[in-house]
Design a protein around this ligand. Structure first.
Ligand SMILES: N[C@@H](CCC(=O)N[C@@H](CS)C(=O)NCC(=O)O)C(=O)O
Length: 219
């Protein structure tokens, strides 16, 4: 069916999730920036033709262009053979959508927007780290990780012993938090089931194949 082109920068947790979908499904893909050199290029005409909101990731597969990570996940799952990335059980499938929605709205804002991004962006802009924003985010991150910790309820992944789309979206956020934020390791250790999910991914090739370059340098 041809190779899937994932367009974006590897530092993005959403791009990493899209790559993990392909890795876990066994789908051939390439990661490109489609000519973008810096984050500002996401708002340029060329990229806006792929992603009208000027964000990443987008994918191109033959004539198909898609954006939004969840839609990309469903596309990878439905269009290719391989392990199911959506639970077979209808209620579990709906719960998966619930967790993805929560990650998009809440987890992404607390963990990524108000914490990880606040550490990463100054490395590119040279501006000082916004301590007040990060400090205010910590209680919310703790609360949000606790929700996922309870949801995991001693299981390896949110729906049992195989990762699904929501696990694959959660893990890159947790990994970025641990790797980038000095507070990250302690916050995640307080949520042992979430720490266990990350550890379980670390035993899978999809984790190692998708580590952002910046994280490799930090290790
Ligand atoms: N809802 C989008 C979120 C994508 C997103 O926010 N990506 C970030 C990179 S991690 C981005 O493009 N940020 C650029 C911006 O906010 O202008 C999805 O699910 O794909």
């Amino acid at each position: 069916m041809g190779t899937v082109e994932i367009i974006g920068f590897d530092i993005s947790n959403w791009v990493r999730a899209a790559r993990i979908f392909c890795e876990e499904k066994g789908v051939d893909y390439t990661l490109t920036t489609n000519g973008m050199n810096e984050f500002a290029d996401m708002k340029g005409e060329t990229h806006l033709q792929l992603h009208p909101f000027g964000r990443i990731p987008a994918i191109r597969h033959g004539d198909v262009v898609l954006f939004e990570t969840l839609a990309i996940g469903h596309y990878i799952d439905r269009m290719f053979d391989g392990p199911r990335l959506v639970p077979e059980d209808p209620l579990e499938a709906v719960r998966m959508e619930q967790w993805v929605s929560a990650l998009l709205d809440y987890g992404s804002r607390s963990i990524m927007g108000r914490c990880v991004v606040q550490y990463v962006l100054p490395q590119f802009t040279g501006k000082p780290i916004d301590r007040a924003t990060i400090d205010a985010a910590i209680p919310d991150i703790r609360a949000h990780l606790a929700v996922f910790d309870r949801a995991l309820d001693g299981r390896t992944f949110l729906h049992g012993n195989r990762p699904r789309l929501d696990d694959m979206i959660l893990m890159p956020m947790v990994d970025a938090l641990v790797t980038v934020a000095p507070e990250g390791p302690e916050l995640v250790a307080e949520a042992p089931n979430v720490a266990g999910l990350r550890a379980a991914f670390q035993g899978r090739p999809s984790y190692h194949a998708t580590i952002p370059q910046m994280f490799r340098k930090a290790a």
